[in-house]
Design a protein around this ligand. Structure first.
Ligand SMILES: O=C(O)c1ccccc1N[C@@H]1O[C@H](COP(=O)(O)O)[C@@H](O)[C@H]1O
Length: 205
């Protein structure tokens, strides 16, 4: 199975090009100012302009206002959006870009019903729930909470690393996987070895 890989939390051109060289399908840029991986719209659009073709740039927002989102996505038609807050479907749809909606999963959630609230999403990203932190927590959730059949392609996230990626794909069989902290040397700085091991584990596992 060819599992796609998104490397999230890109903050500089060196890491962006390095991830592309190792086969990343998508790169995530965090426009959430409280994140240690925050990048400005100017920096992200400058990196995007230097990316090779066939790599998808993903703009990640957490309950951002419309003007902030438009400032980023007006920089390039290549942007797709990852909504990582409590955005409802009508808001996600209003930007007329392909989008992923993140759900932060915890015990007792009806994942199928939550997914069905976003019929216009290109994919649904499933991440771990941690009170008070919207994402990038490095925590794994209980993958058995994910139903086998869902109405949308699933992007699995939350505490993925080169060590657990093969098990994750075997158990969940997601359309794609998304990693941030699990391939870092320090917050916002990627490790080439971890990126390479993660992508080869995801694609060759
Ligand atoms: O990466 C961040 O700092 C971040 C901040 C706010 C919301 C989401 C964020 N990242 C996303 O979180 C998940 C899991 O990350 P990790 O691999 O557990 O570190 C992933 O989807 C990132 O895109």
């Amino acid at each position: 199975m060819n599992c796609r890989v998104k490397i999230c939390g890109i903050t500089n051109i060196e890491d962006a090009l390095m991830a592309c060289r190792h086969g990343a399908d998508a790169l995530g840029f965090v426009f959430y100012e409280k994140s240690p991986r925050y990048v400005t719209p100017e920096m992200a659009n400058s990196i995007l302009a230097q990316l090779p073709p066939f790599v998808t740039p993903v703009a990640l927002f957490v309950d951002a206002d419309e003007a902030s989102i438009r400032t980023v996505i007006n920089g390039s038609p290549r942007w797709i959006i990852q909504f990582h807050g409590a955005e409802i479907e009508a808001e996600c749809l209003s930007y007329q870009r392909p989008y992923m909606k993140a759900l932060r999963i915890k015990e007792g959630d009806n994942v199928a019903a939550l997914v069905d609230q976003y019929p216009t999403a290109s994919a649904m990203l499933l991440d771990a729930y941690k009170a008070g932190v919207p994402g990038g927590t490095g925590e794994v959730f209980d993958w058995s909470l994910i139903p086998k059949k869902l109405t949308k392609p699933i992007v699995l996230a939350g505490g993925l690393t080169p060590n657990n990626i093969k098990d994750a794909i075997k158990q969940v069989a997601p359309y794609a996987v998304d990693v941030s902290g699990g391939v870092e040397l320090s917050k916002g700085v990627k490790s080439e070895l971890k990126v390479q091991e993660f992508i080869s584990g995801a694609k060759c596992g």
